[in-house]
Write a protein that binds this ligand. Structure first.
Ligand code: SF4
Length: 202
């Protein structure tokens, strides 16, 4: 099973297939293999030791960033994620650590979680997807329902105090219109975080 995979200057970690969302665009449903891998479906969740072993089997000189991403929501395994990040920072202090997340960590764990990222995570990238809570529910279908939208925004705001770089992402045209992008920018400006408009790869 694919535990880590390289993509540009990043080494990506595929921690879990669990996720509280069921996004209509999710690659899990829509692509058999991505990023040069056969599949990111895991037979089982790898242990922390297995993840570290997979990371250390790579030439870390090839990478500037360790990215927790994959076919699932990495914060489902937040403690394990942080254990791996802590180890990598100890052997490679200069290695940046990023989490690509749906921002629902606080709802998953039932407590504020951003504070745990302090000193271990350099970038949190949160999928905003849309400026509209109703649309968000329709597109991301979070199991927590309506409270998910506000929880995601609150998580982004709380990350600002704990993580150097907090970014929210949407996909560029034709998925989003300039008007939608402006509305998203108003949200990220009000939160004091960065908006990244990702290229459409459809
Ligand atoms: S949050 Fe990510 S992993 Fe979860 S369903 Fe949406 S796109 Fe897929």
């Amino acid at each position: 099973m694919v535990i880590t995979y390289p993509l540009k200057s990043g080494l990506y970690v595929n921690l879990t297939n669990r996720c509280p969302c069921a996004c209509v665009f999710c690659l899990r449903q829509n692509a058999p293999g991505v990023f040069g891998t056969d599949s990111l479906w895991l037979e089982r969740e790898p242990t922390v030791d297995e993840i570290i072993e997979s990371i250390e089997s790579r030439n870390l000189d090839d990478f500037t960033e360790l990215v927790f991403c994959g076919y699932g929501e990495p914060t489902e395994r937040l403690d394990d994620l942080l254990a791996v990040a802590r180890h990598v920072k100890s052997i490679r202090p200069g290695m940046l650590v990023r989490i690509n997340t749906n921002g629902l960590s606080d709802l998953i764990h039932g407590e504020p979680t951003a504070v745990k990222l302090k000193g271990l995570v350099d970038t949190v990238s949160i999928s905003l997807n849309t400026p509209d809570p109703e649309e968000y529910l329709k597109v991301c279908r979070p199991k927590f329902g309506l409270e998910s939208w506000q929880a995601m925004l609150d998580f982004a705001r709380s990350c600002k105090d704990c993580v150097p770089d907090v970014v929210m992402t949407i996909v560029d045209e034709p998925v989003t219109t300039p008007e939608v992008q402006e509305k998203c920018r108003a949200i990220t400006d009000s939160l004091g975080v960065r908006l990244r408009i990702r290229p459409y790869e459809g």
